[in-house]
Design a protein. Sequence first.
Length: 189
Amino acid sequence: MNYYYLVATLPELSFDTPPEMSVEDFLILCEEHLSARDYKVMTELLESTPDTTGGSGFAKAWREKETQLRNAIVKIRASKQQKDAAPFLKETHTVETAASKAADEAFLKKSPLDRELALDHFRWQQIEELAGLDPFNTKAVLAYGLKFKLATRWGDMGREQGEKKAEELLNKKPGNEPDENKKTHTEQS
């Protein structure tokens, strides 16, 4: 199916700037113009829950690429901790070296923010490949949705905010979270 009017009304996306509309406005526009099936796939992609059993071929292809990238990340992290990655790997149906190469290059970055940025740039490239050549077909519209999600994420997170969040996550130690059920000795008295 082709979505000429919808595509013509969508703003151009850039990885470096937030989209000109909110996610809610984007979904309203999609609901008005997409078939019920395509709208369902779009919402699942935006929520990171694509149905890979009965969903679209695009959603299945995206999940495969994302799984390959996540598996490559798991292997790197397990190697650094001298652990077996096998229990954490998800099944994939194809063998592709691009995800491993992208993960290796990303983990050469000094900061977690730069690493995440490199991984999302790779995701952006993968999405563009999945979109195909026809900018008005369903695959291209679904790809636009994924790119919209990435652009929104990075547009909402300035470098300063990202570094702050990354620093918080790095400094967080397991077991140091406050337990709401525990009371201090003075609170119990």
